[in-house]
Design a protein around this ligand. Structure first.
Ligand code: KGT
Length: 287
């Protein structure tokens, strides 16, 4: 189908509860993507780690093939083509080096072609007050390139999960042509409760972009919980859809004209100034 590039269209976020093994996750994602399409969605975004949420690093590496051998690629390519929809797989980790993976996002056009790839740049290395610790950098090779995909509705800037805490990436994407941002995630419950909505709304407001943040939800392997609340947000910061904590699909009508409207009202994206930086330096602990 040829898209009318200025017309209102329906976008969807798929909310998943991915488990350890790739094939059942592909099947679960496929069913939800079909449900999103049945609701009229022309652009469908899935969460970070759509294809695998395996806490055991050795097992995760063993289950993560190189891109060319990953069963998710032919499956999602065929699905995008069958549905005639734009499909963003929030992330599908692939082997990047013998012992490291890339936390990679894929954009498929309605012909089933991969039109963009993005490797997550910022690594989630944290020790939370709840005792939950993550060392993403121990296994993931971080990306070094910000990516804006071309869609019929305008630029789609790609980010993943912890990237949401880095405003400069989003600003660079918007200044590089993005009118829409993806923010697929597997957010922790405590940081989600405290930070998720405000961070995503801030990124949408600062950039004058729509935000599509598809999330993992519920309990995963080894007692790991994720926050859910997939969000679709407009460029003025209004939450158009919030998926709550259940597995499922949320949709929203996207009016591309709202991007121009928000940026005309407050053209902050064009008001950058240069300034000298303060001399201080952070310690390793970040203080
Ligand atoms: O490790 C895996 O198996 C899958 N990957 C994730 O869950 C990623 C990296 S550990 N999670 C986040 O980035 C959460 C960020 C977050 O929660 C915050 O910024 O507060």
């Amino acid at each position: 189908m040829t898209e009318n590039t200025s017309a209102v269209f329906t976008a969807a976020c798929v909310q998943m509860n991915a488990q350890r093994d790739v094939e059942p996750n592909i099947k679960a994602a496929t069913d939800l993507i079909r449900a999103a399409h049945a609701k009229g969605a022309r652009l469908i975004v899935t969460p970070e780690n759509t294809t695998i949420l395996e806490p055991d690093k050795k097992a995760s590496l063993a289950k993560t093939p190189v891109e060319a051998e990953h069963p998710g690629l032919p499956a999602f390519s065929a699905l995008a083509k069958e549905l005639g929809a734009w499909l963003v797989i929030g992330s599908m980790p692939v082997r990047a080096e013998p012992t490291r993976i890339a936390n990679r996002q894929f954009v498929f056009n309605p012909a089933g072609d991969i039109v963009a790839r993005y490797d997550k740049i910022h690594m989630f290395d944290v020790d939370l007050p709840t005792g939950e610790s993550h060392r993403e950098s121990a296994q993931v090779r971080p990306g070094v390139e910000a990516v804006v995909a071309d869609t019929p509705w305008g630029g789609l800037g790609l980010t993943i999960c912890y990237d949401v805490r880095f405003a400069y990436l989003h600003r660079a994407l918007a200044q590089g042509g993005a009118k829409y941002l993806t923010g697929p995630a597997a957010f922790t419950v405590p940081t989600g409760e405290a930070h998720w909505h405000v961070l995503l709304r801030a990124r949408a407001i600062e950039t004058g972009c729509f935000m599509f943040a598809a999330a993992q939800t519920g309990m995963h392997a080894d007692g790991r919980g994720t926050y859910g609340h997939s969000l679709i947000i407009d460029p003025w910061g209004k939450v158009l859809a919030d998926a709550g904590s259940e597995v499922g699909v949320v949709t929203a009508e996207i009016d591309p004209a709202l991007v121009t409207k928000a940026r005309h009202a407050v053209p902050a994206l064009t008001h950058d100034r240069s300034f000298t930086k303060p001399q201080g330096a952070l310690s390793a602990a970040g203080e």
